[in-house]
Write a protein that binds this ligand. Structure first.
Ligand code: ADP
Length: 258
C-alpha cells in the first residue's frame, strides 16, 4: 500500500474509524440480542417453575388444579420450543452471512410457493373464519433459495391471519413491476401505527406484548422474514393503518435470461 499524501492518510484514518464504529455497533447488537433472548427464555421458565413448585409442595392440592397447571405448563413448553426453533433459524441465517455459505439458488415460480404456503396455513385461517383470496396471483419466475423464500413469505401470511380478527380477509397478489416480482399480502386486521412500522422488523419487537403472547408470538417472525428475503436479493415494505389493516409487500428481482 503506497500512501502518497496527507489527504490519503486522512482518508485512510476515516475509513478505519467508520469500520471500528461499525464493529462497535455490531458488538452492541449482539450483546442486546443475547440479553433479550435470555429474558424471553426466562419468562416461560419462571412460570413453569412456579407451577411445578406449587404442585410439588402442596400435598392436598385438588386434581382439578393439577390438571390446569399441567395444561399451562404445556403451553409454556410449546412457547419455549417456538422461541428456540426461531433462534436456531436466525443463527443459521447469521452463519450463512458470516461464512458466505452458498445459498441453494433455483428457478422458482413464486405463485407455486405462495399456493403451497396458503394450503399449509388454511386450517389456521378456517379456524378463524378468515377468507384467503389469491385470485390476483400470476405465475412469475425468480432465482432464489426456496427455503429462504418460503420462510419469508410464510411468516408474513401467518401474521396476516394472526393479527386479523375472526371473519376478516387476507388478499394476496402477485404482480410484475420494474423487473421485480411483487408479492403483496393485505389484511383487514388490527393495523400498525406509523412509528411502530419502523420497529416491527427488529428481533423480539412486539407492538403489544400481551396480545402477542395470546397469539403465540415471539417477536422473531418478521426479523426472520426480512433477513431471509434480503438474503435472496429482495426487500419487504409495509403500509398500514391502525384499526384498518396492513399490506406487506415482498419485492424480488425477476429471473431474466442473460
Ligand atoms: P410475532 O411473533 O409477535 O408475531 P413478528 O416479528 O412476526 O412477531 O411481528 C412483530 C410484531 O409486529 C407483532 O407482534 C405484531 O404486533 C406486529 N405485526 C406483524 N404483522 C402484523 C399484521 N399483519 N398486522 C398487525 N400487526 C402485525
Amino acid at each position: 500500500l503506497e500512501i502518497k499524501g496527507h489527504d490519503e492518510v486522512a482518508r485512510l484514518g476515516e475509513a478505519f474509524n467508520t469500520m471500528s464504529d461499525k464493529l462497535v455497533m455490531l458488538e452492541q447488537k449482539r450483546v442486546d440480542f443475547v440479553s433479550s433472548a435470555s429474558h424471553e427464555l426466562r419468562t416461560p421458565l419462571s412460570s413453569i417453575k412456579l407451577m411445578s413448585d406449587s404442585i410439588a409442595q402442596n400435598s392436598d392440592i385438588d386434581m382439578k388444579y393439577v390438571r390446569e397447571f399441567l395444561n399451562d405448563m404445556n403451553t409454556e413448553v410449546d412457547r419455549l420450543n417456538r422461541i428456540i426453533e426461531k433462534l436456531l433459524y436466525l443463527t443459521k441465517l447469521d452463519n450463512v452471512k458470516a461464512e458466505n455459505i452458498n445459498l441453494d439458488f433455483e428457478f422458482i415460480d413464486v405463485r407455486e410457493v405462495v399456493m403451497d404456503i396458503v394450503k399449509n396455513l388454511s386450517p389456521l385461517a378456517e379456524a378463524k373464519n378468515i377468507e384467503i383470496n389469491c385470485s390476483y396471483c400470476e405465475s412469475l419466475y425468480i432465482m432464489a433459495d426456496n427455503d429462504k423464500l418460503w420462510q419469508g413469505i410464510y411468516n408474513i401470511i401467518d401474521n396476516a391471519i394472526k393479527y386479523t380478527p375472526d371473519g376478516g380477509k387476507v388478499i394476496i397478489g402477485i404482480t410484475k413491476q420494474d423487473g421485480n416480482a411483487l408479492i403483496a399480502v393485505k389484511d383487514t386486521g388490527i393495523g400498525i401505527s406509523e412509528e411502530e412500522c419502523e420497529k416491527i422488523f427488529d428481533r423480539f419487537y412486539r407492538v403489544d406484548k400481551a396480545r402477542a403472547r395470546e397469539t403465540g408470538g415471539t417477536g422473531l417472525g418478521l426479523a426472520i422474514a426480512l433477513e431471509s428475503i434480503e438474503m435472496i436479493g429482495g426487500t419487504i415494505s409495509v403500509d398500514s393503518k391502525l384499526d384498518e389493516g396492513s399490506t406487506f409487500t415482498v419485492s424480488i428481482p425477476l429471473f431474466t435470461e442473460n
